[in-house]
Design a protein around this ligand. Structure first.
Ligand code: AMP
Ligand code: MG
Length: 487
């Protein structure tokens, strides 16, 4: 199978004609491919051998990413949606710098190909429609890392750089990302039609999503309600995973929320280093609306906006009942993930408290969130010193004696427990300071660190020789790296 042999289609283009605007991708100066993701290649059912240097598929991909060509069956368009940004409804949104080029159907379902950084669209407002290398690398690595952790996310097929000079806080190199997702439908798509009182079109949108992505729900008596219930459950699981792995999305506006419960639109996100529950990586979010510890509540708020948008199609009481499932589902999933991270197989009453007290210890000690779990995994076998170095907290010994007692109620031997823990506790995480190193190298023309880090993030649990610097916490004296929405 070659890249052009993929049969592209774009079903979105058959929806009512103001659901989108057809736009051709802008042709950028001197586009070069920087990296191709084996995970993305695999998702499309392609063979990585296709993209070897000088191969025709590699050249075709380069041309697509530079806006030089569109493949047969593609029908590039910008999607219209609206959304609540920082709690305020904005009717003027839509794809402002990305285009849905088309989609392909594989044995596992549909994949949208969305070119981010494809130029201006009618929804660009004051934006230039461009993407910069820095933010593109951040999105690319985040998608790889999320997928490596088993957390639902958009992916990318590839990243390209070009010779456009893009003005942000400074002038930066232009880039594009070819993003993959089963669907780019956002809560904001539903909000748009609800606010415009277009109930028939709202119904069409629900049917579109169900037919293509949730066919089992088509049989339900109340499909809109069933879709909402599905999104509630998936969003609960998604945000539970973010909380368990220390991920702050940072711009949880409803236009950045996926109807399929994927992590979508990576901007000024962060994986925390020190465990810091109130972390706000986006320096423009001065009120801390999207702080780490606010995410579960924001998820509920966003889902209630989605539920409201579906009221023309479903019984409001039934929607409320579905929404009430969110908090228990999130708690349950979070507890499951944290038990696994602590190596606990069976469920005991005091587990939530044990987890909470562990987190308090980490916060008090200013411990590195990811390294602390790795060290705990090793401690479970050797009771060695590493954990004490990572978590220099006074209360550690007392907590460990409770933990030791709790482990006595487990059947697994220590070595298998350690292996199970290290299979869910990542060593390699896209920390802001490490991504920054990748960006600086790439801007200086060295793309090797990007590919190296991408490879590690794809399997973040397995230590690789000579790669310890990719598992390092930032130096304590390191300056804070400021991120903003244009990240
Ligand atoms: P975001 O906060 O990245 O989710 O973006 C919010 C909205 O602004 C979306 O409708 C984007 O398409 C649009 N947008 C962001 N950056 C740009 C840009 N450089 N040019 C045009 N539109 C943009
Ligand atoms: Mg967005």
């Amino acid at each position: 199978m070659t890249l052009d042999a993929l049969r592209f289609d774009n079903a979105w283009a058959r929806l009512p004609d103001d659901f989108f605007t057809r736009v051709s991708p802008a042709a950028w100066k001197n586009t070069r491919l920087v990296d191709i993701s084996p995970r993305g290649v695999h998702a499309l059912g392609l063979d990585p051998a296709l993209f070897t240097d000088d191969s025709p598929s590699r050249e075709t991909l380069r041309q697509v990413m530079g806006g030089e060509t569109v493949l047969p069956g593609m029908d590039p368009l910008a999607q219209k949606y609206t959304g609540h940004q920082f709690g305020v409804y904005n009717p003027a949104l839509g794809d402002g710098r990305g285009l849905l080029l088309g989609e392909v159907e594989t044995d596992d379902g549909f994949w949208d190909l969305h070119l981010k950084g494809a130029g201006q669209t009618p929804y660009s407002r004051f934006g230039d429609g461009r993407a910069v290398l820095r933010s593109t690398i951040r999105e690319y690595l985040a998608g790889e890392a999320m997928a490596g952790l088993g957390i639902p996310t958009t992916l990318a097929l590839a990243l390209s750089i070009n010779d456009e000079k893009v003005q942000r806080e400074r002038v930066e190199p232009g880039a594009t990302l070819l993003r993959l997702a089963p669907s780019h439908v956002r809560f904001g798509h539903f909000e748009w039609l609800y606010q415009a009182r277009r109930n028939e079109d709202l119904q069409r949108l629900v049917e579109h999503v169900i037919t293509r992505h949730r066919p089992a729900l088509a049989e339900c008596e109340a499909p809109a309600e069933a879709l909402f219930g599905d999104t509630v459950a998936r969003t609960a699981r998604l945000i539970a995973a973010w909380q368990a792995y220390g991920f702050v999305h940072a711009v949880m506006n409803t236009d950045n929320m996926s109807i399929l419960g994927l992590t979508l639109d990576y901007g000024p996100y962060a994986f925390m280093d020190r465990y810091e529950p109130t972390l706000v990586p986006n320096h423009t979010d001065t009120a801390g609306r999207y702080a780490f510890d606010q995410q579960p509540g924001v998820g509920l708020w966003n889902l209630s906006v989605l539920g409201q948008s579906l009221t023309p199609l479903a019984d409001p009481e039934a929607l409320r009942t579905q929404l009430a499932e969110y908090e228990p589902a999130l708690q349950q999933e979070y507890a499951r993930l944290m038990r696994a991270r602590l190596g606990l197989e069976n469920v005991q009453e005091g587990d939530a408290q044990l987890v909470q007290d562990w987190l308090t210890l980490l916060a008090d000690a200013g411990a590195d969130y990811h390294r602390a779990f790795r060290a705990l995994g090793e401690w479970a076998v050797d009771e060695g010193e590493w954990l004490h170095e990572e978590v220099p907290a006074e209360g550690l010994a007392a907590w460990l004696s409770r933990y030791r007692q709790r482990l006595e109620e487990e059947e697994r031997d220590a070595a298998s427990r350690r292996d199970a823990m290290q299979a869910v506790n990542p060593l390699y995480v896209p920390r802001t300071h490490l991504i920054q190193q990748v960006i600086e190298a790439a801007e200086a023309g060295d793309m090797a660190p990007l590919a190296e880090f991408r490879t590690l993030l794809a399997d973040p649990f397995t230590p690789r020789p000579g790669m310890a610097h990719w598992a390092a916490a930032p130096a304590p004296e390191a300056s804070v790296i400021c991120l903003s929405c244009s990240s």
